[in-house]
Design a protein around this ligand. Structure first.
Ligand code: GLN
Ligand code: ZN
Length: 729
């Protein structure tokens, strides 16, 4: 076997063990740490990170570090914003002047979206690393490339992308002046790009690459016109060969330039499962023939994985099939050794994935098979259901409701922690939750809302909570992954067939319903969202996993119904975000995602009202798919776009109920009656008023009661005024 195989890794999580990154930065925010202490702490953390690379791989990027977010750093580095010090910097990250956050490709990392108002850039090299310089002989300076940076920024319409890109490229050229070699991240190359965009890309890199050693990285999917990169002056091209299977086909068909190095991403940075040695070996053999100069690498940044498995108390059968970020580094290094003919494959050949006997449930598989053959549409049709439900629920015009959660105040978090640590028993914890539910019901009754919620006090997180209750899904104790800034979450691990062995939320919902005559919503997280925010097994299709979850939820729904629950909401905030990066793959994805949703509700009674909650504003993209979903009311975000979102529904002649999110839950501002009324009146022009509901954008879990109490009252008052103007009160 070949001796010259080298290794490279990138994107190792910066959060450190036990989330020290979070606590350092937040310590600085709260004034507990000085800037000097923060820098010192972060420098140590960064040194550890670099050392972890150096211990395992031959080369790695240097300067991936960020005080909050790398897109913001890049914006500062090219002069889109100015920041004199860290206080200025953090003002761009949080508080009222913060940049908006949005999803980084199809991952659960969110970046700050720079706003570019003029196509004029200026180099400010300080923000390459914010003064936290570390060097290492094997480190290669890291940058987000200009194309990706611009593509993911918000660009004022009057500025053309080509102009902006050319100006930006000249600043990058200056930045590269003293940098002979650079790791350039250009993941935007895997998006659906126009020919024009590809041409621009080539133009930029023909210039940037002159006399430089550029390592061009793409990941998350395949590059559609890969050969267009072949004659650019770059030293190497990094390709994702795990999530970008089509890259492999292109390599086989078109070959690879002999003068360039292929940085072969063959160890996934997004999936926590160990590599499958035999398939990696055959992939390696295949590409080696096409690209003799080869470096073994991870397939996408490792930051989507928890840092390490060490100390995780997972079941043995599961743990031995897993590899988190640091274990992936070891896999890369072991793999290269084996491929060089220096080590035995024994260590790699060990366990991959989860053993057959662990996690299989034949009953579940049978149900999924039957469900696939089932007619998944609800009968009777929506319009008939609308009448039946009107009589059954007897709701006023413009019914009011909330999306589910109420403030997760410190007492709630403390009690949950105490319960987890065994300091209070189950009985006391449940009694506490009941007390909170009681308060929530009283508050909603006093505010005179129409459809109530129980408040979700029992949930740490809308996915983790269900994961803990369903069989076939594991949760970790320290498997934190960065979601944005300093915010981390612990994705559950779906390893086996999923089933419901007991009530999920039934007890809390029924308790709440027992306290009031008004309908209380049964509240579930949908299958696509559970999938999107978890790590998912790879031995069966995601589609099948989604159906398994859907059938478990169907059982819960059935129990809701037989216990008198009249309204059920299924949350799917990740429905759109889980869609593949390339539109060509959308039909396939949405067809199973829609079907999974419908499986939950296809057998409910006509009088049971099903709500769907999604919270993002670009519905134009997915409205056709929404039409296929069997809900009765959809609640959406509308406040930030001031109701603009309704255009998509109007254009479609949408007939179902629409819950307008008239309250921006991300803001501390209490919504005014006036503003809410105006928003609804505008909506009435395009939507039949009998279809309109009034609600906040999303759950109120991050808000304080002092905002929520007046907010709820104002919402109810807005509804009353609107009803009055319709002569209905
Ligand atoms: N029911 C959930 C809540 O209110 C919905 C959260 C979400 O859409 N992200 O918190
Ligand atoms: Zn939401």
């Amino acid at each position: 076997m070949s001796r010259e195989i080298r290794t490279y890794a990138y994107g190792l999580p910066r959060i450190g063990r036990d989330r020290s990154y979070k606590f350092l930065v937040e310590g600085f925010w709260s004034g507990k740490l000085s800037e000097e202490e923060l820098r010192k702490g972060l420098l140590n953390l960064e040194r550890e990170r670099i050392q972890a690379y150096a211990d395992s791989v031959d080369a790695f990027p240097i300067g991936e570090f960020s005080f909050y977010d790398k897109m913001l750093d890049t914006a500062l580095m090219v002069g889109v914003y100015k920041a004199e010090d860290l206080n200025d910097y953090y003002r761009l990250c949080r508080g009222k002047d913060a940049l908006p956050l949005t999803k980084w490709f199809n991952t659960n990392y969110h970046y700050l979206v720079p706003r570019i108002d003029k196509a004029c850039f200026k180099k400010n090299a300080f923000w390459r690393d914010g003064g936290l310089s570390i060097s290492h002989p094997n480190g290669i300076p890291y940058l987000i490339g200009p194309f990706t940076f611009l593509k993911l920024s918000w660009l004022k319409e009057s500025i053309g992308f080509p102009d902006a890109l050319m100006n930006l490229a000249s600043v990058y050229k200056e930045l590269l002046d003293d940098t002979p070699e650079v790791h350039m991240d250009e993941p935007a190359l895997v998006l659906d790009l126009t020919e024009e965009e590809m041409k621009l890309f080539q133009e930029v890199y023909r210039e940037l690459g002159k006399g430089k050693k550029i390592h061009l990285f793409t990941y998350y999917d395949s590059v559609d016109r890969l050969p267009l990169l072949y004659d650019l002056p770059s030293a190497s091209i990094g390709l994702d060969l795990v999530h970008g299977k089509r890259n492999i086909e292109t390599l086989e068909r078109e070959g690879f330039p002999p003068n360039k190095t292929l940085i072969a991403g063959i160890v996934s940075g997004r999936s926590p499962w160990r590599i499958h040695f035999d398939s990696v070996l055959s992939l390696f053999e295949k590409i080696k023939k096409k690209a003799p100069k080869l470096v073994i690498s991870n397939a996408s940044p490792l930051l989507h994985l928890p840092l390490t498995l060490e100390g995780e108390g997972l079941p043995f059968e599961l743990k031995e099939g897993l590899a988190f970020a640091q274990e992936k580094l070891r896999e890369i290094s072991l793999l290269a050794r084996v491929l060089r003919g220096e080590g035995s494959a024994d260590e790699l050949q060990g366990k991959t994935g989860v053993s057959d006997a662990f996690g299989i449930n034949l009953e579940v598989r049978k149900r999924v098979k039957e469900a696939k053959a089932e007619l998944t549409h609800r009968i009777p049709s929506y319009l008939e259901r609308k009448n039946i439900q009107r009589d059954h629920l007897n709701l006023p015009l413009f019914p009011t409701t909330t999306i589910g959660s109420f403030p997760q105040t410190p007492d709630v978090r403390e009690k949950r922690k105490a319960y987890r640590e065994g300091k209070i028993n189950q009985k006391d914890y449940e009694a506490f939750i009941k007390k909170k539910i009681k308060e929530a019901i009283r508050i909603q009754e006093e505010a005179e809302l129409d459809v109530l919620v129980h408040g979700e006090f029992e949930r740490s997180d809308m996915v983790e909570f269900f994961a803990e209750r369903l069989s076939g899904i594991a949760t970790t104790s320290n498997g934190w992954v960065l979601s944005y800034g300093t915010r981390c979450y612990r994705p559950p691990i779906i390893y086996g067939d999923i089933s419901r062995s007991g009530p999920l939320t039934l007890n809390e919902i029924l308790f709440a319903q027992g306290l009031t005559k008004k309908p209380v919503k049964g509240m579930l997280t949908g299958p696509t969202t559970i999938l999107a925010w978890s790590f998912v097994r790879e031995d069966i299709s995601e589609e099948d996993v989604a159906y398994q979850i859907a059938l478990a939820l169907r059982d819960e729904v059935r129990e809701y119904e037989s216990n008198g629950i009249k309204v059920i909401q299924i949350d799917e905030p990740a429905f759109r975000e889980k869609a593949p990066l390339k539109k060509g793959e959308w039909n396939n994805y949405f067809s199973w995602a829609v079907r999974a949703y419908n499986l939950i509700v296809s057998q409910v009674r006509p009088e049971t009202q099903i709500h769907l909650h999604m919270c993002y504003s670009k519905f134009e993209d997915i409205i056709d798919y929404l039409e296929e979903m069997d809900f009765d009311v959809i609640s959406i975000e509308a406040s930030r776009s001031k109701g603009e979102v309704l255009k998509a529904f109007e254009a479609r002649g949408f007939e179902k109920g629409i819950g307008l999110g008239v309250w921006d839950v991300h803001s501390e501002v209490v919504p005014e009656v006036e503003d809410m009324v105006t928003m609804v009146e505008r909506a009435e022009k395009v939507i039949d008023p009998t279809n309109l509901w009034i609600n906040p954008d999303c759950g109120l879990k991050t808000r304080a009661w002092k905002e929520v109490l007046p907010g709820l009252r104002n919402m109810a008052e807005a509804a009353k005024r609107l009803r009055r103007s319709h002569g209905n009160l």
